[in-house]
Design a protein around this ligand. Sequence first.
Ligand SMILES: CCCCCCCCCCCCCCC(=O)SCCNC(=O)CCNC(=O)[C@H](O)C(C)(C)COP(=O)(O)OP(=O)(O)OC[C@H]1O[C@@H](n2cnc3c(N)ncnc32)[C@H](O)[C@@H]1OP(=O)(O)O
Ligand SMILES: CCCCCCCC/C=C\CCCCCCCC(=O)OC[C@@H](O)COP(=O)(O)O
Length: 352
Amino acid sequence: MVTPEGGKGAPSSASHPPQAPSLCSHPSILAGLPTGLSLPPRAPPPCSFPKGQRGLRVPDPAGGNGLLGGHLRAILGGAMEITVAQWVLILFLIIVPLLYEWSASFKYFCKMTFYNGWILTLAVLAIPICAVRGRNVENMKILRFMLLHIKYLYGIKIEVRGWENFNIKEQYVVVSNHQSSLDLLGMMEILPGRCVPIAKRELMYAGTVGLACWLAGVIFINRKKTDDAISVMSEAAQTMIKDDVRVWVFPEGTRNHDGSMLPFKRGAFHLAVQAQVPIIPIVMSSYRDFYSKKEKKFSTGKCMVRILPRIETRGLTADDVPELTESVRRTMLSAFLEMSGEARDKDPGGGQ
Ligand SMILES: CCCCCCCCCCCCCCC(=O)SCCNC(=O)CCNC(=O)[C@H](O)C(C)(C)COP(=O)(O)OP(=O)(O)OC[C@H]1O[C@@H](n2cnc3c(N)ncnc32)[C@H](O)[C@@H]1OP(=O)(O)O
Ligand SMILES: CCCCCCCC/C=C\CCCCCCCC(=O)OC[C@@H](O)COP(=O)(O)O
């Protein structure tokens, strides 16, 4: 009988351990073949230890019968075979770091993807911890604690001034400028106790982040339905007093990447007037030296956060809201322009 190797006769099984059937000799594969095509058993690799010999013998490169020859060839042969998937992985591991270094847009894309992905992942950890308390503003401390390290991952220095302006035991409404989702870093740096942000309703559906926000008592508003949003904010005015809660609002109502401040919506100011609590304006300096969505730039840098002195609303009514809104915006804009120049001057090499 001719073996597949071209040798004659089946090898003796006495000196070889039985081998697992090869795919082509498996009965179920052979079942459909014409009988004349059945293949003889494959000769196992020569791998037996001759009697009395111990230890290693270098395998014969020509395929001779070294002590380890058969096993080694079998093992190395399997390991050295690089599949297409492995090639793709190797290329990926080479190309991605190169692109990351060479292309600012690619770096921006990677950093933003990781930012969102990392927050979604952290939220997975936060959810069971927060769920113990149920929906509770105290859970905001857990989210804050979990997010504080992100500034180190991204090499963003945050310098805070005006801590003394937070020395108020009572409730207040925080208003701050809104440049990007990176504001979360500045926000978590200074978030006072029992303070919840007002967020667009869409965030509630952002997977794990939405659930974590809900558990931490974030107040969601439907920006497309003004009446609904107003009634949620009016309810918030009552909750602030009843449950000793502070509220953080982005009065621009949307992210503003243009290095200035949009006109302010009046909701936050109605809220403060209805609850008769002070307003604390917070200004975060421009990110333009290290981050720009338009230019697809995202490097390391520095951000200044300033907590401005409180603005009282006691005795004010709804009629005063338009003027209050404008005066707070003017104060914040002038601080923003001053600080943004300052942040750049202090870190002229920002973005290294
Ligand atoms: C482990 C990891 C977990 C991850 C954790 C992450 C947690 C962090 C979450 C951070 C979330 C941050 C989210 C930020 C955002 O989503 S910003 C977008 C949402 N926020 C806002 O929009 C707030 C600001 N908007 C307003 O205040 C608006 O005024 C609003 C109430 C929404 C209504 O807006 P709009 O429809 O555009 O109408 P106007 O502003 O023009 O107002 C219409 C008239 O209504 C009067 N008004 C407004 N509010 C009130 C009120 N409360 N009471 C009475 N009247 C009100 C307003 O004055 C207008 O009338 P006049 O023109 O003055 O006559
Ligand atoms: C299964 C669903 C998957 C959803 C994936 C969602 C991806 C987002 C995940 C994590 C984001 C983390 C950052 C959240 C906090 C930032 C909040 C924010 O900045 O919201 C923007 C809002 O102020 C204004 O929105 P627009 O500027 O009007 O637009």
